[in-house]
Design a protein around this ligand. Structure first.
Ligand code: PTJ
Length: 248
């Protein structure tokens, strides 16, 4: 079934659409089979969050936009799930914030790296990093550690959607500012992030882009103020509260 064959009137339209994108991603060799399991976990949390962007997540998305805009070298890390779910949204955000796109996989194979890079180019990306893999993130085993020297290795700010906990921790240890999108507020990755974004990547990416557009003319002082006023723990607590009590 293609995207267009899901009836828009269906009460769980967005969720069905998302499933089909992931399924197609697996069929095309973009998403790993484990990506299906990650998707299932994400769906459960999204259901508990009411499949909406919480006010606390919207604030975190604005802060993420401010970080990307003031960064020396921002990079958007791309895995097999986000590539299948939101390729155009990723490319748009990279364009608005002048960020690099780098394919960086948990279950790394050269074939999947190239398939994803090609998929992004088909959706309009000019340059996609991740194929050189000439540097390593310290503290991780061989395949998961591979990054481009002029990409994630050099970046000061990295947006990592759906990252595994170990790598999120290792990137933070390298001193990088991590912006992590993850629907599970209890997961280790958002907990090691400077900016945890507890939202679905499908909603989060276009919203970060909208905030970035809004902040394009903001002064350096204004961006600093947005970043400095942010409290990551309060965001995580707000998301957990929303899940437990069904309240913002
Ligand atoms: O393509 P690869 O090889 O890099 O692999 C990517 C996955 C996601 C399979 C890999 O990183 C993995 O196994 O991740 P985990 O440990 O299952 O964690 C995935 C996290 O993402 C979970 O906390 C989910 O709740 C969350 N998640 C799943 N779908 C979404 C999501 N968060 C935001 N938006 C989603 N659509």
């Amino acid at each position: 079934m293609s995207d267009t064959e899901v009836p828009e009137s269906h009460p769980r339209y967005q969720s069905l659409l998302t499933r089909h994108r992931i399924e197609t991603g697996v069929e095309k060799g973009i998403t790993s089979p484990q990506g299906l399991i990650a998707q299932g976990r994400g769906e459960a949390f999204d259901y508990l969050l009411g499949e909406r962007t919480l006010p606390s997540a919207d604030e975190a998305e604005r802060v993420a936009a401010a970080h990307l805009l003031r960064a020396r070298h921002p990079v958007l890390s791309v895995n097999g799930n986000v590539a299948a779910l939101a390729p155009e949204e990723l490319i748009e955000l990279a364009g608005v914030t002048d960020a690099d796109l780098e394919v960086n996989l948990f279950n790394r194979t050269e074939e999947r790296i190239h398939t994803i890079a090609e998929h992004l180019r088909e959706h309009g990306a000019h340059e996609v990093k991740g194929t050189t893999a000439d540097e390593r993130i310290p503290g991780l085993d061989h395949e998961r550690a591979k990054v481009d020297a002029d990409g994630i290795y050099d970046a000061d700010v990295v947006l990592v959607p759906l990252e595994d906990g170990d790598r999120a921790h290792a990137l933070a240890e390298m001193g990088k500012t991590e912006l992590v999108i993850d629907l599970n507020p209890l997961s280790r990755s958002p907990r090691s992030a400077a900016v945890p974004i507890v939202d679905n990547v499908i909603r989060a990416l276009p919203n970060i882009t909208a905030h970035a557009r809004d902040l394009t003319d903001a002064s350096a002082e204004e961006l600093d103020h947005i970043v400095d006023a942010f409290d990551p723990d309060a965001t995580l607590q707000a998301a957990e509260r929303a899940i437990r009590t069904n309240d913002d």
